[in-house]
Design a protein around this ligand. Structure first.
Ligand SMILES: Cc1ncc(COP(=O)(O)O)c(C=O)c1O
Length: 434
């Protein structure tokens, strides 16, 4: 057994840090297969959701991944510790740098997105912050399409600015404007597809082409699509982000976020996560792994419910407009159809001739969907963006972001389609008069 001195470690650590800072050596990359971890790239999404990333035989023969409720992991001897820090042993050291539950879910998520590697975070926002903090320095610039989750915009515009990073917002899908905004300092192009809450799909191949032409990295937030409906890594995107709080967890009972990409590009991101500490508790990861087992099954129902409810609303006289990628009336329907397998469960619609109070009456008349933010869980949810996420915005800003007073956003869960439609039908009969 070769036991060298720490000076020979393959990945030197900052001498100011009190420990190895983890395992820079083992890097705990999800790309690194755990011994016996299942890999089924040629198989269907449901098979992968059930089996990928998990060793066939687990501790004590447990079929599910046991919850490793440990903040730290012990070494049997100094020799064992040295084997680890020298990078010979793939194992855990300290909970902030990794945990077996985390590895198992990261491998599964990487498999679902056809990515080499995946990094989990404590929420979708922690994932965005972790990625951008790792990739950007003072003087750098990012460009993003302007339809997006409002907190992502807020982080870029308000907070990255404090660290000297400039953000350009361009009209969603306007690639000419995006190219015009690129300069020598541009480091990343960012977009959602579909966007929240207008459900606009962007041409991901074109997005990638612009990035490659200017040697700028690309990030797609595919939370609303999920890997069931689109796999941007296969289209050449550098980083794919999901709020796993939504469809991946799928049960409205946890928060998590994930970034997928190449192991090499994600390595510095993983290193920074070990410092930020924006990780998940093992119990949360157990829930996420459990939720993922039925991911493909759930997505089939979310897609079916979304399409059927959108078609129902689209033909309803009380509805002015429906935003849903699966409707031919949506401006980006053609591109959505060409790059997505299904269109998800999220629908945004406008109540005809209604002010905000009358719109709220429709929401209050609904019996099945619960009034709550979020989306992608088994329970249908409904909200009025004006009163929920955009309550503190000025009318001018709401107009700028396309949030109208009569807008409703509904996340179709996995309830029976006919029941959701019947419920909306009765709610839309409510009197809007005082
Ligand atoms: C498209 C999108 N990205 C990111 C996020 C942030 O995810 P989380 O709530 O898990 O932090 C959200 C949350 O709604 C979202 O809708």
């Amino acid at each position: 057994m070769a036991i060298d001195t720490p000076a020979t470690r393959p990945h030197p650590v900052d001498p100011d840090c009190e420990t190895a800072g983890g395992p820079t050596p083992v890097s705990s990359s999800a790309a690194m297969p755990a011994s016996g971890a299942g890999s089924f790239p040629e198989m269907g999404m449901s098979t992968q959701a059930v089996h990928a990333g998990e060793p066939r035989q687990k501790a004590e023969g447990s079929i599910s991944t046991p919850v490793f409720s440990a903040s730290t992991f012990t070494f049997e001897s100094t020799a064992a510790l040295l084997r680890f820090v020298e990078g010979h042993d793939e194992r855990e050291e300290y909970g902030r740098y990794g945990n077996p539950n985390e590895k198992s879910v990261e491998r599964k998520l990487a498999a679902l997105d056809a990515a080499e590697s995946a990094i989990l975070y404590s929420s979708g926002m922690a994932a965005i912050v972790g990625l951008l903090m790792s990739k950007l320095s003072s003087g750098d610039e990012v460009i993003f399409f302007d339809q997006c989750y409002h907190r992502s915009r807020e982080f870029c515009v308000k907070h990255l600015a404090r660290f000297g990073v400039k953000t350009h917002q361009v009209k969603t899908g306007d690639f000419e404007a995006m190219e015009a905004a690129i300069n020598a300092n541009t480091r990343m192009l960012i977009s959602e597809s579909p966007t929240n809450p207008h459900l606009t799909s962007i041409d991901i191949e074109q997005f990638v082409a612009v990035g490659k032409a200017h040697e700028v990295e690309t990030l797609i937030d595919a939370t609303l699509a999920t890997p069931f409906n689109i796999r941007p890594i296969e289209l050449g995107v550098d980083y794919v982000l999901h709020s796993a709080t939504k469809y991946l967890g799928g049960h409205n009972d946890l928060l998590a976020g994930v970034i997928c990409g190449s192991a090499e590009k994600l390595e510095p991101v993983r290193q920074l996560r070990g410092i930020l500490g924006s990780i998940n508790a093992p119990q949360n990861l157990y829930l996420l792994e459990r939720g993922l087992k039925t991911f493909a099954l759930r997505m089939e129902r979310h897609n079916a419910n979304g399409q059927a409810v959108a078609e129902f609303l689209n033909s309803h006289p009380r509805i002015e407009k429906v935003y849903y990628p699966g409707l031919p009336s949506h401006p980006s329907h053609a591109i959505a159809s060409s790059q997505m397998k299904g269109f998800g469960g999220l629908i945004t619609f406008l109540v005809r001739d209604a002010d905000w109070r009358q719109t709220a009456k429709v929401i209050d008349a609904v019996k099945l969907p619960r009034i709550a933010p979020s989306l992608g869980g088994v329970e249908s949810l409904i909200e009025q963006p004006l009163v929920m996420s955009y309550f503190n915005y000025s009318p001018e800003d709401r107009q700028r972001f396309g949030i109208s007073d009569n807008m409703i956003r509904m996340s179709c869960g996995i309830e029976d389609t006919a029941d959701l439609i019947a419920d909306l039908d009765q709610a839309l009969k409510v009197s809007l008069d005082d």
